[in-house]
Design a protein around this ligand. Structure first.
Ligand SMILES: [Zn+2]
Length: 271
């Protein structure tokens, strides 16, 4: 599981056994790239991200549903670990700007403005533009495209229990509508990567709240730590400087750096 996280990703920086005190130089535009990007009403997806997207089909039966390659690999492992055959099916993954716009305007005509603004994000503000988001449904003959049924019981409940172990969060939980700007969506899952998914779950945080939470653990002060078996994982925030940002990481560490799509970077180190 941990080793999978350390694999080379298309839109993340990874390295093993960095040399002693290696300096990383991060460009300003890299804050818009990585699995922890916050995409919501205030923070649209940026062109730097769209250029970095690497997609693949969910599987041979759903070739039109595309996801970020790593998101798809971990989602398959998660579904396998829960013992899913076809009880859970994908409804919607990656969407182009045009597809998102079509969904938005079709919903406006069919469901009206109040419903649409609750459940459908504007084109550049939708997580479905990232390839990290997937809408899932409990398999049935009649699946609603906008609001699929994905209950908290049965195999869907089992999926939820394991989701954070594989880097997924339920992105729009009940009671957090004022924070996320989106109504409760039990069917929408977002890949953020482990251990961030677990930290969010343990501390009951939405992605909006996690981006703020981790700022309390800046580069030059105490870092957030989580212990897993024999591994210690450290997470901290680095504020982006106007041009480039330098981060020095100690030797022999595995690390990941993701932009937050707001103002800086989140660094994860495995020891
Ligand atoms: Zn969705």
């Amino acid at each position: 599981m941990k080793m999978m996280i350390l694999k080379q990703g298309s839109n993340e920086r990874f390295a093993r056994r960095s040399v002693s005190g290696r300096m990383m130089v991060l460009k300003k535009e890299e804050i818009y790239i990585g699995p922890l990007v916050l995409v919501n009403r205030e923070h649209p997806i940026q062109k730097e991200f769209t250029r970095s997207v690497r997609l693949m089909p969910f599987n041979d039966n759903y070739r039109d549903i595309l996801l970020d390659t790593k998101t798809n690999a971990l989602l398959s492992l998660l579904l396998k670990s829960v013992g899913v055959n076809d009880e859970i099916v994908p409804v919607s993954g990656y969407r182009t700007s045009i597809e998102q716009r079509m969904i938005y305007y079709k919903s406006l005509i069919k469901n009206g403005r109040v419903f649409t603004e609750k459940f459908v994000a504007l084109p550049d503000h939708s997580e479905h533009r990232t390839g990290f988001a997937i809408d899932l449904a409990q398999n049935s003959d009649a699946i609603d495209f906008i609001c699929p049924d994905f209950p908290y019981t049965g195999i869907c409940g089992a999926f939820r229990q394991k989701a954070a172990d594989y880097g997924f969060i339920e992105r729009y939980p009940k009671g957090r509508e004022a924070i996320t700007g989106i109504a409760h969506e039990p069917w929408h899952f977002r890949f953020v990567g482990y251990p961030h998914s677990k930290i969010m779950q343990n501390n009951d945080l939405t992605l909006e709240e996690y981006i703020l939470f981790i700022k309390d653990y800046p580069y030059d002060r105490k870092h957030f730590r989580i212990c897993e078996k024999s591994k210690e994982i450290e997470v901290f925030y680095v504020k982006a400087r106007p041009e480039t940002t330098e981060v020095i990481l100690s030797e022999d560490t595995c690390y990941q750096i993701s932009g937050n799509n707001v103002d800086g970077f989140i660094v994860t180190i495995w020891r």
